[in-house]
Design a protein around this ligand. Structure first.
Ligand SMILES: Nc1ncnc2c1ncn2[C@@H]1O[C@H](COP(=O)(O)OP(=O)(O)OP(=O)(O)O)[C@@H](O)[C@H]1O
Ligand SMILES: [Mg+2]
Length: 358
């Protein structure tokens, strides 16, 4: 999606991806290699003018070396480094007085087991957890056996009303611009975004506060690029930061059709030090992640495409992944409708009709 957006501006892309069948193969020069390997990343970056990421699990020392060689690297390697570990992320919020769930740093399962009075809590792996895979809910001490036996966090369980996200951009000149908050609904089993609504149905004051926090974070990080800030809105309408991602984000896919500027174009504007685009919403929208159906693994087959495309305001994006497996993100669908009830109806129809099997 970033490449599609960059084509409008004659930008030539090279991509480094560990998967020899990566979907970008047909769109640009695609090198196969490990993102965590220092030599691979340095060798790859030497042919580029500007380097960006869309996954945080990249060798940051290699990115620092590329910057030393005079390449532009956005987001900056230090930001990626901070985000790679949920412990440094949370400590950063604390240092900067940014509201977040109370937490303790833990080294192993034994540390967790010593914190009975901190329950109910959420145990998170410090590094390399994503799409909910490094998150474990501990309600009582009977759940201690589920705790991770690795460095991480213990966070107070927040009884939130909503989960929202604000995407904010900043260019080298220091201009910032945020997108209106969106509301995320998580899949109870898969622990990843199942669908979202944009704009979020929240009080104006809560939306303002969320945008203020997102801007504060990108400025405090002195970051250039695009930053997604995931937040909880509590029952008392307090806004707490959950986590951040310094890249185009799942909570911004709908901006392609639903906002004046897409998150992908905004990312390019930010890292190229161009004026940031208008983020306002054209029309309310929903975004449904198209996940691999449970019980199917193998060559992907898409069912129900014609049926969903027959509905007005339905935009299907398939990611070109050849193989499906349960809950793999295979694409997404954006749905536009100015009426909230219709939007919900269309979301249910799309979820029931469009299925990825084998
Ligand atoms: N302190 C908390 N209290 C209540 N729920 C929480 C808490 N922390 C996380 N969660 C729930 O778990 C989900 C996943 O947590 P988090 O975003 O930290 O993990 P992740 O693996 O990085 O997720 P993803 O990659 O999907 O964004 C959150 O979106 C939220 O629904
Ligand atoms: Mg998250």
């Amino acid at each position: 999606m970033l490449i599609q957006s960059g084509m409008d501006w004659n930008i030539t892309f090279s991509v480094l991806d560990p998967d020899p069948f990566a979907p970008c193969q047909s769109l640009c020069e695609c090198k196969v290699g490990k993102l965590t390997d220092y030599d691979t990343v340095v060798a790859f970056g030497e042919s580029c003018d500007l380097i960006t990421i869309e996954i945080e699990n990249v060798n940051v020392n290699a990115l620092k070396e590329l910057r030393r060689q005079g390449k532009k690297v956005f987001p900056q390697p230090e930001v990626i480094e901070l985000v790679q570990d949920k412990r440094t992320q949370k400590s950063f919020y604390k240092d900067k007085n940014i509201a977040t769930a109370d937490f303790l740093l833990v080294e192993n399962r034994q540390d967790v087991m010593a914190q009975k009075s901190f329950l109910p809590a959420v145990n998170k792996l410090g590094r390399e957890g994503y799409d909910g895979r490094g998150v474990q809910l501990l309600r009582t001490k009977d759940d201690f056996e589920k705790a991770f036996d690795a460095p991480g966090l213990l966070e107070k369980l927040i009884d939130f009303e909503k989960e929202i996200s604000v995407i904010v951009a900043r260019n080298e000149k220091g201009d910032t611009q945020s997108f209106p908050p969106v509301e995320m609904v998580f899949h109870p089993e898969a622990n990843l975004v199942e669908y979202l609504f944009s704009p979020a149905a929240i009080e104006e004051s809560v939306a303002k506060e969320a945008e203020r926090i997102a801007k504060k974070i990108i400025v405090d990080l002195n970051m250039v690029g695009l930053l997604a800030v995931e937040m909880f809105v509590t029952k008392d309408q307090e806004v707490l930061v959950n986590e951040i991602a310094p890249r185009p984000h799942n909570s911004g896919h709908q901006t392609i059709e639903a906002n004046v500027t897409s998150q992908y174009q905004q990312h390019l504007r930010a890292i190229l030090n161009l004026p940031l685009g208008d983020t306002s919403v054209h029309q309310p929208s929903a975004m449904v992640n198209l996940l691999g159906e449970q019980g199917f693994s193998g060559q992907a087959k898409y069912n129900g495409l014609e049926e969903v495309l027959a509905w007005p305001g339905v935009y299907v994006h398939l990611y070109g992944k050849k193989q499906t497996k349960p809950f793999r993100k295979m694409g997404h669908v954006t749905i536009l409708d100015s009426n909230m009830e219709n939007l919900k109806k269309k979301v249910n129809f799309v979820k029931q009709t469009l299925k990825v099997t084998t």
